[in-house]
Every structure is written in structure tokens, then in C-alpha cells.
Design a protein around this ligand. Structure first.
Ligand SMILES: C[S@@+](CC[C@H](N)C(=O)[O-])C[C@H]1O[C@@H](n2cnc3c(N)ncnc32)[C@H](O)[C@@H]1O
Length: 323
């Protein structure tokens, strides 16, 4: 088996771990263990007196991380959980760490292990089954979705999750083709999209890129999962604790940014009419801010990191501190 660092290159490694502001003895949760790159560095910060819970919904990723972090599992400093973000509440309760966690991080989306393994169906570089499930015990594959959803739903998925301008033409073509031929491989779908979209484009992007992103988000309910994570992570943190999220596209980053602003109470303040006869100190009491945004703009990888790992280019990291 390859070395985990060859399977997935960790993005914003130093930046994420610094933002978690950990010291020996702290409790931390890494919600996206993947190949264990961030987790390993986090373990180095909390040391043996600390505790790290590592979560991932992908069994194959956890297997790789388990062998990389074997010694930390043996000492009990690390506990791994195969679960989705939406189970975080239950995990925190089971470990009895509600309100005690110094930092929670997530480096969301797919890993290179997903993209590079054609059998997982996330990419169309090589042909493979149209699967795209991060948790392979999940019920619906991308092929199921393509076979079962009606035209309106397919259009909505391609528009909302892929921002695909030719969503209608692509959905129509899918409905025509599936009447006679099941669409079950990545190459079949990529060729179909290319023919249906027929862009006169100079872009280096394959015309199917947006459709593949949209399907992946739908199959794994990625935006719903992210919202569930942002809700339950906050309750688990102790005062002064940090929530650090790396996202890879604007749909996710928008959700993170909005939720972080909500926690600061800033939106509530702006919704109060300016001419209301109420003194500033009463407004402050009405809108108790629960958090501070550490930097107004997200951190992004340096050009040197992008040169080494082009997949890092769209990463954005946001950091929140609980008050
Ligand atoms: C970009 S990788 C993380 C890589 C990791 N930070 C490292 O350094 O190796 C994202 C991981 O998050 C997992 N993941 C994505 N969405 C998830 C969700 N909703 N629940 C649990 N795990 C999820 C994926 O299975 C994948 O292994």
C-alpha cells in the first residue's frame, strides 16, 4: 500500500492546526480524518494527556488513517468513529465531552483517494461505476439518482449544486438516453454531458465537471451535512474554543461564512430598525454575541502550496472562536 501522504496531500496543514490553538491535554475533534494528515499534527499538539476524536464516513479512509496513527490508537489518545457529520451530537454526548472541546476542524469534500480511485466513481478521467458515495453502505449511488429522478429534480440539482448553465439540456438528454440505455458508468455520463452541453468554450474544464460536482453533492447530501456540522460543533466547544473549516467551493464557503456571522450576532443587530427608541447598551444585552470571527477574510494556500498540490487551489479556511 502507498504511503498515506502519497494518497492525499493535506491542505493548509500548518495554518489549520495553528488556528485550532491547541495545547497539551486539550480535547479536539477532527471531523474529516481522511488519510490522517491533520489528525496526526493535532495529536502532536494535544500530546498523550489529550484526547482526539477522529470522524469520517468513509471506511476505506479510516482504514488508512488507522494504520498511520496506530500508536495513538494504542495509547487511547485517538478514537476513530465511522460516522457522518450529522452524528456529531451523538458522538459528543457518548464521549461525554459536551462544552469541553478546545477545537473542532473539518477539511470538507472529497479526498484524492476518492478522486484517484476510478472504482469510486467521483471522476471521469478513467472509466468506472457511477457511484460517488463517500459511505459505501449508503443507499443511493449517482447511477440510482440519474436513473430515478424526474427532469425537474435533475435540473435543480445541476443548477443549484453545479451552477450549470445547460442544466435543462443535460437533464433532457439524460431522460432520452435512459429510456433505452441505463447510464451506469462515469465515461457514459461524461460523454453524454459533453454532447448535450456542446459549449463553444475555450475553458480547460471538461464540460462534465459541474455536473459531476452537483451529483456528488446530492448523493452525499454535502450541504445538509455541513449545516448539521456547524450546528452541533458549536455546542461541543468550550468557551474560547475554535471551529476551523476548510471548504473547496463557493456553495460551501457561503454556508460557513453565513453561519459564522450568525454566531457573532451581527445579523440580528442589523435587523433592528435604526429609529427604534432603544439605547445601545440595551441592544447589546438583547443580542448576546456567542462568537468572534478570527479574521474577516478566509485564509487561502500560498502559491508555493498550490504549485506543489494544485488541488489545494480553491481551498478557503475560516476560523471562529466561541466566547
Ligand atoms: C479532504 S478529505 C480530508 C483529508 C484529511 N484532512 C487529511 O489530511 O488527510 C475529506 C474527508 O472527509 C470525509 N467527509 C466528507 N464529508 C463527510 C461527512 N459529511 N461526514 C463524515 N465525513 C465526511 C471524506 O470521506 C474524506 O475522507
Amino acid at each position: 500500500m502507498k504511503n498515506p501522504t502519497q494518497l492525499h496531500q493535506t491542505v493548509l496543514l500548518t495554518e489549520l492546526v495553528e488556528a485550532m490553538n491547541l495545547k497539551p491535554g486539550d480535547i479536539a475533534i477532527d471531523c474529516t480524518v481522511g488519510a490522517g494528515g491533520h489528525t496526526e499534527r493535532i495529536l502532536g499538539k494535544v500530546r498523550e494527556g489529550g484526547q482526539v476524536i477522529g470522524v469520517d464516513r468513509d471506511k476505506a479512509a479510516l482504514k488508512i488513517a488507522s494504520s498511520r496513527l496506530e500508536q495513538h490508537l494504542a495509547t487511547g489518545t485517538l478514537k476513530l468513529e465511522m460516522a457522518p457529520f450529522s452524528a456529531l451530537d451523538e458522538i459528543v454526548k457518548r464521549h461525554n465531552i459536551e462544552g469541553k472541546v478546545q477545537a473542532i476542524c473539518a477539511d470538507i469534500g472529497v479526498s484524492s483517494m476518492h478522486l484517484d480511485d476510478s472504482e469510486r466513481g467521483f471522476s471521469f478521467q478513467d472509466d468506472g461505476p457511477l457511484d460517488m458515495r463517500m459511505d459505501q453502505s449508503g443507499e443511493r449511488t449517482a447511477a440510482d439518482l440519474i436513473a430515478e429522478e424526474d427532469e425537474e429534480t435533475l435540473i435543480r440539482i445541476f443548477r443549484e449544486y453545479g451552477e450549470e448553465p445547460k442544466a435543462k439540456q443535460i437533464a433532457r438528454r439524460i431522460l432520452q438516453v435512459r429510456e433505452t440505455t441505463p447510464i451506469v458508468t462515469t465515461r457514459q455520463l461524461a460523454d453524454l454531458v459533453k454532447a448535450a452541453a456542446a459549449y463553444p468554450t475555450v475553458s480547460r474544464k471538461h464540460p462534465a465537471t459541474r455536473v459531476f460536482q452537483a451529483l456528488r453533492i446530492a448523493v452525499n447530501d454535502e450541504l445538509g451535512e455541513l449545516k448539521a456540522l456547524l450546528d452541533s460543533a458549536f455546542a461541543a466547544l468550550k468557551p474560547g474554543g475554535r471551529l476551523v473549516i476548510i471548504s473547496f467551493h463557493s456553495l460551501e464557503d457561503r454556508i460557513v461564512k453565513q453561519k459564522f456571522v450568525d454566531y457573532t450576532g451581527k445579523n440580528k443587530r442589523e435587523s433592528i430598525p435604526r429609529d427604534l427608541p432603544i439605547v445601545a447598551s440595551s441592544i447589546d444585552r438583547l443580542i448576546a454575541a456567542k462568537a468572534d470571527i478570527i479574521k474577516p477574510f478566509p485564509a487561502v494556500p500560498t502559491q508555493a502550496e498550490i504549485d506543489l498540490n494544485p488541488r489545494a487551489r480553491s481551498a478557503k479556511m475560516r476560523v471562529l472562536a466561541k466566547l
